[in-house]
Each structure stands twice: as structure tokens, then as C-alpha cells.
Write a protein that binds this ligand. Structure first.
Ligand code: NAD
Ligand code: UDP
Length: 338
């Protein structure tokens, strides 16, 4: 089977490309490298001895997509390409709607024209907004995202639902990721954010490696175990495996399906920080700051639907996640540049 992986040079896409190649799929990556470099794909090749075909280009480019589908005989698409920085999305909403919503629509149009109807979409737990209870199940109502990034994910989910209603040949997986962290255990692939990281783990690891002076903890007055925010962190390699299971599942399952990809466990910022300090043997200086606007107190998944329907369960612990993050960061203090 040949899979088109949009955004396959990025953090989650590259780990999933590796998993696909290891499982025997052929992979074509389409990435404009706006938030990545092809170094991630070189690392994939070095690890598994197989390579994906890399096409540098934009998912909004319909002519390019048509050519790829004409020339490559693609069976299914994993769609990671998109912009993901929440703060930037507030400043540049049009870029987010163009790339994330426009890109997804163009991709679906090209797929339909080529007769390719299997799609796995990278959604996010952000679509739940601020749920009243935990853990979060897929049948909870979606919320009102507080920023254009979250809106773009919810809009694409709704577009894909309408599409599957209109055309029964579509088989779509909406994968709602919780908080992906960690890195491949080799230490040669990992998260390599542009500029100052927005997310907790890359921030902690850049402080630990000496690239940033201290961590800001956004709020210690939440109604949680120690007052800091609680999230469901999931190892990126477990997440990648979830995509393979979803791909296999939609082959037998017409229609559109939603699956949470999380571990089912929540950890506070303080617990993650302590686990990281233990794994790295380094003290990470921090300062408690006011809450970050738009943040919720806690979020963790009910992961039982994916377990039952996909036969998928995250197996890696928080300790594995921080140990692998540190291995990557300490091997590559400046990301793929080093
Ligand atoms: P990433 O930025 O590392 O990867 C995205 C990739 O898409 C990058 O390689 C980028 O160059 C590429 N890209 C962006 N716009 C493109 C376009 N118009 N055409 C072609 N390529 C384009 O991000 P990631 O963390 O790997 O996230 C992958 C997907 O998962 C994204 O859709 C993101 O919104 C979603 N997601 C991520 C998280 C997370 O915490 N990392 C959580 C939930 C959902
Ligand atoms: N966080 C923090 N300092 C940071 C980045 C994040 O205290 O520099 C907290 C944030 O408030 C939240 C948790 O870490 O409680 C996870 O944040 P992240 O941005 O990684 O993911 P989110 O769940 O917001 O998408």
C-alpha cells in the first residue's frame, strides 16, 4: 500500500512515516518545510534503512496534488500538514484558515478527483473546549475553541463530517490527539520547534540544555493535585502506532470515526518537570507566572474507544517520554541542525 503523508517531515509526521516504512508501507511525503527540514526524513532512513519519497510542496497547491495522485497511485492519505502555534494563530488567523482549512479542502477535492477516499486527519483535544468532566469521551460535545488554530481543527472536522454524509465512499478517521511529547528511542528524531517553544516539554528540555534560562509555569492556582495544569501526555511513537491502527481500521469501516489518542492518565506541570529532572539529572529552574490565557485546568482522555475499536493502547510511561525527550535534546541541542 502506498500512503501519502502530508506534513511528513514534521514532528508527528516523521515518526509516523518511520512507523509506516517499518510496517512495510510505501510512503510519499508532501511537505513545504515551513516548520521542518528534510533532516527528519534522513534520520528516518538512517534508522530503518528505507526511505520515503519526499515532495517539497504545498497542500494548498491543487495542481501539484493532482500530479501526485496521477503519478503515485496513492491508496490513502495521512494528513498532518498544517500550522499549529496557538499564539501565532491569533495574530495571523488568515494563514491558519488558509493552510489548515483551505489545505484540507483542497486535499479532499484532489483525493475525490483521483478516487482516493481513505483519510486520517490530525485533530486535537482542543476541539472539546473546556469539558465539565474528566476523562473526555469522544461523544462529549465539542466546545468553542478560543483561538483560530482550535477553530481550524473543528471546522475541518465538520467539513469532513459533511463530506462523509454526502459521499459514502469516504472512510475518514478523526484522531484527536492529547499532548504528544517524547522522541524516537534512538535519540536521532524528535521535536524541533522553530524559535521559542510554546509547548511544555520542548521548553523544559531547552532550559535543561542551557538554551533558555528558566521555565515559566503558567499558574499554580488551578483546582488540581498541586495547582498546576494537568494534561494527558502521550509518547509520539505510541501516537504514530495509533495512526497505523486507524489506517487499518478504516479499510474495514466505511464512514467517519472519531478516536481519542491519549493514555488516559493526567499529569501536572510539576509532575512532568520532576520526572524530567529525574531522567536528565539536571535541575530545571522555573518561576511561577500567572495563568496563560485560554488554558484549561485539566484535560485527559478516555482512551477506551480506541482500545476497543482499534486494538490500540499507549504503552509508554511518562518516564519513557521524558527519558526519550532528553536523549534527543542532549544529542541534538540545536535540533536537526546538530
Ligand atoms: P509540525 O509543525 O512539526 O508538522 C507539520 C508539518 O506540516 C511541518 O513539517 C510543516 O512544514 C508542514 N506544513 C505546514 N503547512 C503546510 C502546507 N500548507 N503544505 C505542506 N506542508 C505543510 O507539527 P506536528 O506537531 O507534527 O503536528 C502535526 C499535525 O498534528 C498538525 O496538523 C497539528 O495541528 C496536529 N496536532 C499536533 C499536536 C501537537 O501538540 N504537536 C496536537 C494536536 C494536533
Ligand atoms: N505550560 C507551562 N509553561 C510553558 C508551557 C506550558 O506551564 O512554558 C503548561 C500549560 O499551562 C499547560 C501544560 O503546560 O498546563 C501543557 O501546555 P502545552 O502548551 O504543552 O499544551 P496544551 O495542553 O496547552 O496544548
Amino acid at each position: 500500500m502506498k500512503i501519502l503523508v502530508t506534513g511528513g517531515a514534521g514532528y508527528i509526521g516523521s515518526h509516523t512515516t518511520l512507523a509506516l516504512l517499518e510496517a512495510g508501507y510505501e510512503v510519499v511525503v508532501l511537505d513545504n518545510l515551513c516548520n521542518s527540514s528534510d533532516a527528519a526524513l534522513h534520520a528516518v532512513e538512517a534508522i530503518c534503512g528505507k526511505s520515503a519519497r519526499m515532495i517539497r510542496g504545498d497542500v494548498c497547491d491543487r495542481a501539484l496534488l493532482d500530479r501526485i495522485f496521477r503519478e503515485q497511485r496513492i491508496d490513502a492519505v495521512l494528513h498532518f500538514a498544517g500550522l499549529k502555534a496557538v499564539g501565532e494563530s491569533v495574530r495571523k488567523p488568515l494563514d491558519y484558515y488558509e493552510n489548515n482549512v483551505g489545505g484540507s479542502i483542497t486535499l479532499c477535492q484532489a483525493m475525490a478527483a483521483a478516487g482516493v477516499f481513505r483519510l486520517v486527519f490530525s485533530s486535537s483535544a482542543t476541539v472539546y473546549g473546556e469539558p465539565e468532566q474528566m476523562p473526555i469521551r469522544e461523544d462529549f460535545p465539542t466546545g468553542i475553541p478560543t483561538n483560530p488554530y482550535g477553530q481550524s481543527k473543528l471546522i475541518v472536522e465538520n467539513v469532513l463530517r459533511d463530506l462523509s454524509q454526502a459521499e459514502p465512499r469516504w472512510r475518514i478517521a478523526l484522531l484527536r490527539y492529547f499532548n504528544p511529547i517524547g522522541a524516537h528511542h534512538s535519540g536521532h528524531m524528535g521535536e524541533d520547534p522553530n524559535g521559542i517553544p510554546n509547548n511544555l516539554l520542548p521548553y523544559i528540555s531547552q532550559v535543561a540544555v542551557g538554551s533558555l534560562p528558566e521555565l515559566s509555569i503558567f499558574g499554580d492556582d488551578y483546582p488540581t493535585i498541586d495547582g498546576t495544569g494537568v494534561r494527558d501526555y502521550i509518547h509520539v511513537v505510541d501516537l504514530a502506532d495509533g495512526h497505523l491502527k486507524a489506517l487499518q481500521s478504516i479499510a474495514e469501516r466505511p464512514g467517519i470515526h472519531t478516536w481519542n489518542l491519549g493514555t488516559g492518565d493526567g499529569y501536572s506541570v510539576m509532575q512532568v518537570l520532576q520526572a524530567f529532572e529525574q531522567a536528565s539529572g539536571r535541575a530545571v529552574p522555573y518561576r511561577v507566572m500567572p495563568r496563560r490565557s485560554g488554558d484549561i485546568a485539566e484535560s485527559w482522555a478516555d482512551a477506551s474507544k480506541a482500545a476497543k475499536e482499534l486494538g490500540w493502547k499507549a504503552t509508554r510511561s511518562l518516564q519513557d517520554m521524558v527519558t526519550d525527550t532528553w536523549r534527543w535534546q542532549s544529542n541534538h541541542p540545536r535540533g536537526y541542525l546538530q
